[in-house]
Each structure stands twice: as C-alpha cells, then as structure tokens.
Design a binder for this molecule. Structure first.
Ligand SMILES: C[S@@+](CC[C@H](N)C(=O)[O-])C[C@H]1O[C@@H](n2cnc3c(N)ncnc32)[C@H](O)[C@@H]1O
Length: 536
C-alpha cells in the first residue's frame, strides 16, 4: 500500500516508531506534526469483531514492560456499597459525626476545602433541594450532569459523547435484579430529589455503562491507613477486553492516573487484555462474575482447560478416594481423575459458595482460626484451589504481622510462611505470566523469610556459614525478581513504596553476602594454614 505523508500527502518514507500507524515524507514533517500526533500516538489500536465488540490490539510487536497507555479518568466517584467517604477527596470520614457540605447541605465532606473539587458538579445541582447524598448515586449523577452538559454547557466536554457510545448490555440487564436495585436506589431517589425528573432511561443507561466499563481504583488512605475502593471511567482503557491470562500490567497511581504496560512480549495484531475479575478466582467463580456483571462467557485458554493450565485452581479433592483423586469439571458434571465418582455442578457451587462465605467472615487477625480453616478446607479443595490460595495469602499476611512484633522472629512461623510462599508462587507464574504485582509481593515476602530464618538458624549454630550464604543467595535471586515486578508500580502506591524498600534491601543483602563470603574465604585460608602446619 502506498503511504502518504501525514503533513503534505507526498509519498512517505518514515513511519512513527511508536504507533507504526502514521507516516511522513521526511523528519522535518514528522517533527512538525508531533504536537498534534502525540495526543493520539499509542502502540495500540482500536479494532472490532463479532465476539469482543470493540477491543484493543497491538499496532506493532510490543516489548515486555513497554508503556501502552496513560490515561486519567473522565469521572470518578464512590462505588456502590461504599462506606461513607468524603465526596471530594474520598477519604473515609473521620469519627461518627462528619461534616456536611456547607453549600448543598447534603453531602459528607471532611472539611471546607472539600466542598469544591470533585464534588462541585453535583453540589450545584443539589443546592436548595434538601437532599441527603447517597454514595450509591454520586458517580451516576456525575455522569448524568456531564452528559447533560453536552447540551447546556457553553463549552461542552465532547468526551461525554464517547461515554454514551460505551457498551451497556442494556437488553440483558433490563428486568434483572441489578436493574431493580438501580431503579430503587438510584433512579427513584434521584427522581424524588427532583434532580433527574423524566430521565430514568438515561440514568439506567449510565448505570449500565458504569457497571460494564468502570475500573476499580484505590482511594487515598485516611489517618488510620484505611482506603476506600472507588470507580472511575477511563475512555480508552475501557475498550480493553478480558482474559483470565492477561497480557498487560495495569496500575493506577494515587492521583488516579491509569498506566498500562505490556506484561509479556506481545505480537503485532494480538489482542490486548486484562483480567476483569482479579487473578485468584476459580473458573466457576470467574465465569459467574463475568456472565452476571459483564454479560459474556469467557472462552480463554484458562477457562477452557479443566485443570486451569495445570494449576488446579478450580479442582476439588475426590470425596470417594480422597486425596488420590482430583475432581475437575467437564460440561455440567465434575468427575474424578481416579475413580468413577461424579458430582453435580450445583453441589460443587454450593460448596464453593459456602467456603467463600466462611472466608468473608474470617477474623484475619486470628492466626489459629485461619490455620484451622486451611486444615479443614484442605480435605475438600485441591491445595491450589483459588479458595486455598486466598487463604494461604491471608495466612502469609498474618504471619508477617505476627513476626513483626517479635524481637527474635519465630523459626516455626518463618518456616510456615516460606512453605506457603513456595506453594503459591508457581500458581501465580502460570495465571499472571510476565510482570505481576502479586508475584512481586509474594517474592518479597518469600525472600524476607528466607533471610530471617537463615540468620536465626546460623545464630543457633544449626547451619554453617556456607549454608547461610547459599540461603542468602537464594533469597537474593527472589528479591531481584521482586524488584523487577514491583518496579512497574506507581511510586506513591503501597507497592511502589515497597519497591523502594526492596531496592534498598537488595543492596544490603548483597553487601551482607559479600561480607560472609570474605569471612568464609578468610576462614578457609586459616584452615589451610593450620592443616599445612599440622602436616609439617
Ligand atoms: C469494558 S467493555 C469492552 C469494550 C466493548 N467491547 C465495546 O465494544 O465497547 C466490556 C465488554 O466487552 C465484551 N468483552 C470483553 N472481553 C470479552 C471476552 N473475552 N469475550 C467476550 N466478550 C468480551 C463484553 O461484551 C463485555 O461486557
């Protein structure tokens, strides 16, 4: 195909290296066009097909870690089911009697500066109406006011037009439980408040758009370290399709900037994906979430494989032949790999549902309770079942906190923590190939326990210095890998802060290893001298 210069339409001999989509006749025209071109230059393109609808693909081969997209949300706000947060800065409200906005009189804010900011748009709409703001409808109302602004604002933000073009799945949603909940707690309340009058249909559409397209973002921490989860609409990122084995790493910084990178090398034309459900869910759970909330059936390699890529995150132990047989799902039935036992799908679903209920109500501070549930569930679930991996992560976190308060970290606890990390790391590697936040965090926890245990064992003369060095070298390899994964986290996020600690820890560990190696060499030298002396 003949290529034309973007500026003068002459035959083009240069191509933009980043997007591989725009061409120029010479470098001067490329430079001249850059201020305009940089606004839409990205190595990913919007494509369309029957199954996925609009989706993103790689415009050229992508390297691991390569930046694909940086985007700010068009709008953000509290998510449904949020605890009361300040409607402007989103910090969890302090104390039992938070302050009401002095202008609209209906929204909780944490102080006078928060009466403007993100709250400004609905504040103006609610003024004089004597309405108590409900966190459930703050984000839908913001979207509604943005869309309305297309007609009423003297200089409207045309991006709201694009919001109206986002996927809604309205047909599937109409008449559903979700539809009734929105009718009751969003549409009806806003109609009663006199804010949306005859616009019930538009409000339903906007709520559908939020449910199908929004991203979860972490709000800022309040003084006690608590952060609320929020929702934001990112116009370009929302075109990305789902895969249970995604090829991107997605991070959102404290100022809500979304940064998307290639988690693995990606070929030109390959679909760009991320995991809508989060990684630690079984196929049964992911499929339910995706069909109930996103209205599609995932057909990715992980979902189609009854063993979930060999991880067995969806497998149960056979109740007939116990741990020898593994039950996996085939069509609508679960069959044992070892005997003729079968289970009906609804029986397994009830088991998973009950187990999740137990997990949701567990006291995470109680190590013994967590260990008891792990032991109990290990009779039913494969050791790598998503529920078991979740529990193991909870225990790793519990052990970490318990170890922090000990002057001399308990060896038994360290061994338990190491064992759990060892068990979950291979699973994470398979379901989150390439750059992975979860892998970075687990590797960091893993390395630290190996170092602490090695030191304790060496102090107690249970291992030699040589053995300690080899343990520290093992920890160093894990820490290096943790640093690699965490280096892609936003600097101001908890994971980004851990990255800085990990980098410092790596330097210290390398120095310690060098010191021990020198001591070891000096010792060997002395020993050789002694042996020579004895021979003489
Ligand atoms: C956030 S939107 C993505 C953009 C959307 N495809 C569009 O055309 O606007 C999510 C919707 O995309 C479709 N989708 C995303 N990933 C999919 C997948 N792996 N298989 C089938 N449909 C998918 C589903 O309809 C889903 O509800």
């Amino acid at each position: 195909m003949k290529r034309e210069c973007q500026v003068c339409s002459a035959p083009a001999s240069f191509t933009c290296q980043n997007c591989a989509q725009t061409h120029y006749c010479d470098r001067n025209h490329q430079k001249e066009d850059w201020p305009k071109h940089k606004l839409r230059c990205a190595p990913i393109l919007v494509a369309h097909n029957e199954t996925l609808g609009r989706h993103l693909i790689a415009a050229r081969p992508l390297r691991q870690g390569e930046l694909l997209l940086r985007e700010r949300p068009l709008v953000a706000g509290p998510r449904v089911g949020s605890t009361p947060v300040c409607v402007s800065c989103y910090r969890t409200l302090p104390g039992p009697r938070p302050r009401l906005c002095g202008r609209c009189g209906g929204a909780w804010v944490c102080g006078a500066p928060c009466e403007g900011g993100a709250h400004a748009s609905e504040c103006a709409a609610l003024r004089g109406r004597n309405v108590a703001v409900n966190a459930q409808w703050v984000l839908p109302l913001r979207c509604y006011l943005g869309v309305k602004g297309l007609k009423t604002d003297p200089e409207p933000d045309t991006r709201w037009q694009d919001v109206l073009g986002l996927e809604t799945h309205e047909k599937e949603r109409r008449g559903s439980v979700r539809w009734s909940v929105i009718q009751r707690f969003v549409v009806q309340e806003l109609q009663e408040a006199g804010v949306i009058s005859n616009d019930a249909e538009l409000m339903h559409k906007l709520c559908s758009i939020i449910d199908v397209n929004s991203f979860e973002i972490r709000g800022p921490e309040n003084a006690s370290g608590r952060a609320e989860r929020l929702k934001g609409i990112y116009l370009k990122a929302s075109l990305m399709s789902h895969s249970c084995v995604p090829n991107t790493h997605l991070a959102v910084s404290n100022d809500f900037q979304l940064v998307l990178r290639a988690a693995v090398p990606v070929e030109k034309g390959e679909i760009i994906s991320f995991n809508y459900t989060g990684p630690i869910k079984s196929t049964t759970e992911r499929q339910d979430m995706l069909s109930e909330e996103k209205y599609f059936l995932c057909r990715c390699e992980r979902c189609l494989d009854p063993t979930e890529l060999g991880t067995h995150m969806n497998s149960l132990n056979c109740p007939a032949c116990h741990k020898d047989g593994i039950l996996t799902k085939h069509e609508t039935e679960w069959t044992c790999s070892n005997c003729s036992k079968t289970l009906k799908d609804d029986v397994v679903r009830t088991t998973i549902f009950e187990a999740r209920r137990v997990l949701d109500t567990l006291d995470l501070q109680n190590q013994r309770a967590l260990e008891a549930v792990l032991a109990r569930f290990s009779r039913t679930f494969h050791p790598n079942h998503a529920i078991m991996i979740d529990l193991k992560q909870m225990l790793i976190e519990r052990y970490r906190s318990n170890l922090l308060v000990e002057v001399k970290p308990c060896k038994k606890l360290l061994r338990k923590k190491i064992e759990l990390c060892r068990q979950i790391l291979p699973v994470i590697r398979l379901i989150e190939p390439g750059i992975s936040r979860l892998r970075g965090l687990t590797l960091y926890a893993f390395h630290l326990s190996i170092v602490l245990l090695g030191n304790r064992e060496f102090e107690a003369r249970e291992i030699t210095r040589k053995e300690l060095i080899s343990k520290l070298e093992e920890a160093e390899a894990f820490l290096k890998e943790a640093v690699f994964h965490l280096s892609y986290e936003p600097k101001d996020s908890p994971e980004g802060i851990l990255f800085q600690q990990a980098e410092t820890a790596l330097k210290c560990l390398q120095e310690t290893i060098t010191e021990y190696q020198e001591d070891e060499r000096a010792q060997e030298h002395r020993n050789k001298g002694i042996r020579r002396g004895k021979r003489r």
